[in-house]
Structure formats: C-alpha cells, structure tokens
Design a protein. Structure first.
Length: 307
C-alpha cells in the first residue's frame, strides 16, 4: 500500500545500524512519520521508505542531458590535484573503476592521467558516450561477475546517497580492489550545518534521487566493516543557496511578492569559480574548509580508504 505522496507506509529501520529509533529533522511536515529520519544511534539520515525500481528507472532515464549545468574548469583542476595522490596507488594493473560515473568527469581526468577506465552507470546516454570513449562500462548494478577487477582504484563520486543501502556499493568496491588498492569518493554530509539549520528544507534531501546521507561516523563504520581502512574522512564546503532561498521565501511571504529561487548547483559553481580567480578569497576558503572539517559540518564528505 502507498500513501498519497507515493511512499509505502511500511516502516524502515536505519540502513546502517538497523536501529528502529529515529528523530525527525527540522521543518518536517509529520513529526511522527517524517519523510526523512535521523537515526538516534548512528545519526545517519535516511528516507523512511525505498523507491520502486520504476521510479528509479524514470529518474535516471534522462538524468544527464544537454541542459545539465556545464562542469566548470575549476572542477577539472581540482580532480587533477586529487590524482596527484591517487596516482600513488597505480600498479602494473593500471585500472580504475568508477561506480556511477555520471557525466564522466572523473574518468575523463583519469584517462588523461593514463589510467585504463572502467565504470558503471544507469543513464543510457552516459553509457553510450562512455563506450564511444573506449571505456569498459556496465549498465546498472554490479553483480558477482561484472567488472571483477582487481583494480588499483575504485571510486564513488556522489553515489552513496543515491542508493537505499550504501554498504552494497562499499562492499562491491572492496571486493574489486587489489590488496593495497584505494577506495575514493565524495558524498553529502548528514551532519552538515545546512542540514542542521534547514532540516527537510535542505535541497540535498531530494527523494527519490537521494535516499541516505551518511556522516563521518557512519561512513567510517561501513568502510571498516568491509575490510577498508579509512585514511581520510573530511567534510568541506558550504553552499549558501538554500539558506538564501529560505530567507527570500520568508521575505516574499511577508511582502506578498513573488519568490526568486537560486539554483543550488549553479550558485555553487559560480562562487567557487570566483574564488579560484582571487588569491585572498582562496585563502579565506581554505580557512573556512579547515574549520568545517574540524567541526565535521561541511556540506560534503571526501574520503579515502585502503584495502
């Protein structure tokens, strides 16, 4: 049976620690049965139900298209910096597997760095483009015999939040890594300052696209549980778009004017691009990121683990 908003009414325990106890987030419509729950034990944020395969198929059918925001140059530059560290894990295998490679930005840089590229993706358009680049790709989830490796590197960039059970992704990564290989990725932070302030109004909580938001504690738990030693788990960045939109919404309600909404991704790109052009702004950004990392309150988590 499904409720009016399309969510099944059956209860769901925490997908990380299986606790049945949860707390509602701020700004939720139903305190007793909120769309998003925060586990009382491991603090993971998760949707109360799992989307159907039909919902997911519809979502990813046209997920990457010509109207998607263009990836700015600073992102490619950052990825090149990331590979100065990841290249240390290169062996004679020289293989990288990117789980959920999306628009292919990460593998594009990997290819230019001389890696043999492999990946998985749901989007038909992304798979077609990847095949044209000569990458070895698999459509959909990984089964036992798919892209078995071993690989020097496995990556999951903004992927763990898209699945009902992130541990499956991490387990698949661990099984396909050579001993001594590395698992690298990013994912939204379920302990973010934006989440604490905005609760369910944080745009990152976009069901069914996103289903689970880990935090540094629960991410480390999943890594170690799957024979991976966390070398780095840090949080960074904070996007003001949702806070600005929230303030604008309140102001428009009071004044009766039409609400103007900022696009979160586009604003994040524009702010970071501006910072990259100014050395003083870059220094401020480094200080802010260091503080957010220390407090664990950044919007995004970046992690690196060793097999």
């Amino acid at each position: 049976m499904s409720s009016a908003n399309g969510l099944a009414d059956s209860p769901r325990v925490c997908p990380i620690c299986q606790s049945e106890n949860f707390k509602p987030l701020r700004n939720c419509n139903d305190k007793a049965n909120p769309l998003w729950r925060k586990c009382s034990k491991c603090k993971t944020v998760y949707a109360r139900t799992v989307p159907s395969s039909e919902e997911l198929a519809d979502l990813y059918l046209d997920y990457y298209h010509s109207e998607s925001p263009a990836v700015p140059a600073f992102v490619t530059g950052r990825l090149r910096d990331v590979f100065t560290k990841l290249n240390n894990y290169r062996s004679d295998i020289n293989g990288i597997l990117d789980i959920g490679f999306g628009a292919g930005t990460f593998l594009d840089v990997a290819s230019r760095e001389g890696w043999k590229c492999h990946g998985t993706e749901y989007s038909p358009d992304s798979v077609k483009e990847a095949l044209g680049k000569g990458w070895v790709v698999h459509t959909g989830d990984l089964s036992t015999g798919d892209l078995v490796g071993p690989f020097d590197l496995v990556s999951a960039i903004e992927v763990l939040e898209h699945v009902a059970t992130p541990e499956i992704i991490i387990a698949n990564a661990s099984k396909r890594l050579r001993i001594g290989g590395a698992f690298y990725g990013t994912t939204p932070n379920g302990k973010s300052l934006n989440l604490r302030i905005l609760g369910e109004k944080w745009s990152v909580l976009s069901y069914p696209e996103h289903q689970v938001l880990l935090n540094p504690k629960s991410l480390r738990l999943l890594l170690t549980r799957n024979n991976l030693s966390p070398l780095q788990v840090k949080t960074k960045g904070i996007n003001p778009a949702d806070l600005i939109n929230s303030l604008r919404s309140r102001k428009s309600i009071k004044s009766g004017s039409e609400k103007q909404t900022l696009n979160r991704v586009e604003l994040g790109y524009s702010i970071n691009s501006a910072f990259e052009k100014n050395s003083a702004a870059r220094n401020v950004k480094r200080i802010v990121n260091a503080l957010l990392s220390t407090l664990g309150l950044g919007d995004s988590m970046e992690f690196l683990a060793n097999r």
